[in-house]
Design a protein around this ligand. Sequence first.
Ligand SMILES: Nc1ncnc2c1ncn2[C@@H]1O[C@H](COP(=O)(O)OP(=O)(O)OP(=O)(O)O)[C@@H](O)[C@H]1O
Ligand SMILES: [Mg+2]
Length: 402
Amino acid sequence: MGDYSSHFLMKTQDAKAYAVEVLGYFDPAEPLEAVEIGDGNINYVFKIWNPQTGRSVVIKQADKLLRSSGRPLDVYRNKIEAEILKIQGQLAPGYLPEVYHYDETMCALSMEDISAYKNLRKELALGHTFDHLAENLSNFLAQTLLPTTDLVLNRAEKKDRVKLFVNKELCDISEDLVFTEPYDDYKGRNIILPENMDFVKRFLYEDEQLKGQVAMLRDRFMNLAQALIHGDLHSGSIFVNQQGMKVIDPEFAFYGPMGYDVGNVIGNLFFAWANRYYIAPQDKDFLRWISQTIGDTLDLFLEKFSEAYDQQVSFSLYKTPLFKANYMDELLADSLGYAGTEMIRRVVGDSKVSEVTSVEPLEQRLPLERSLIQMGISLIKNRYRFEDGQDIVREFSLIIER
Ligand SMILES: Nc1ncnc2c1ncn2[C@@H]1O[C@H](COP(=O)(O)OP(=O)(O)OP(=O)(O)O)[C@@H](O)[C@H]1O
Ligand SMILES: [Mg+2]
């Protein structure tokens, strides 16, 4: 028997033993294989399976030190991930890996293996399309967000949850990387192509109007404890196949503005569109599908959210048409604004996306980066003007065809 009474970082052999001894998921006599499949910057992910039966389990373990840089990061993130997976799993059945076990000492979250689904970012970069995507993304967002607000949830319970999900260190990462450094490179971490430096200075660092708008979005991110949000819902946290979709990695979860999740989804879909447009402009089918999917995801989300609102909100003041209309307007504006901040930070910040970095020829890369930044700026500045998905699809078409 291994000793799991204090935290240590597991190796694949330990993970195998853990799956037998702690989880009891396998019999000691079973033949087992194990690999570490983590491809992110933060944690360690083990897959353990019996090659004869095909049964498998995934264990995600947080170390006290970041996998990439080795700096310390609060392991409480692992508890947050386990808790939100359980809550969202009930709200949106089928969209999340089932949680089998959570070990607070080992900071190990054991869950369903979703290897039958593939990383959406990578799939889109290969030009693969998924007819169900807008439907499933909008379902997931509409089902997980509203029921965690105090429009629906008992208000005392909501406050307890706000407390449980205080995520100081991971929010701090977003506050810097998403909402500060792309506009004020005070830590000197931005990575900008020399050819785009003047562009970034003029349109990001020196635009006081834009910086004021970003400050408003930052302030809402930090102070609007509206709903339990995933907090890192980019296309590498979304897994798909032709049958459906799974969402993983909610360790950045906290009580924040719902539009942050919606905006992350929308913003990341624009990377797929832009990447394809600049490297394979002849692929009209994909370009048609991705633009349609972006518009539909937003429109279907708003439609489903509005229906859910009518069904789930019962408090008389919140049922007034004025309140609901204002709430929906703010939700749309937040969603667009946060799509904009996501698009900008992934181009100029130090946490880039492969849709940008994989494009090497400068004659593609420079306009790709500029159009993403311009779209980000437009989404932020015009977030109270755009009315629906078609508006933002039209806007990006105009920007890339200029
Ligand atoms: N339940 C699961 N089933 C199958 N594979 C999984 C599961 N959870 C995670 N993975 C795999 O492990 C990889 C890393 O997982 P995850 O993104 O949760 O880790 P992370 O260290 O938090 O990453 P990041 O740096 O992006 O925050 C995923 O990209 C996926 O390939
Ligand atoms: Mg993560």
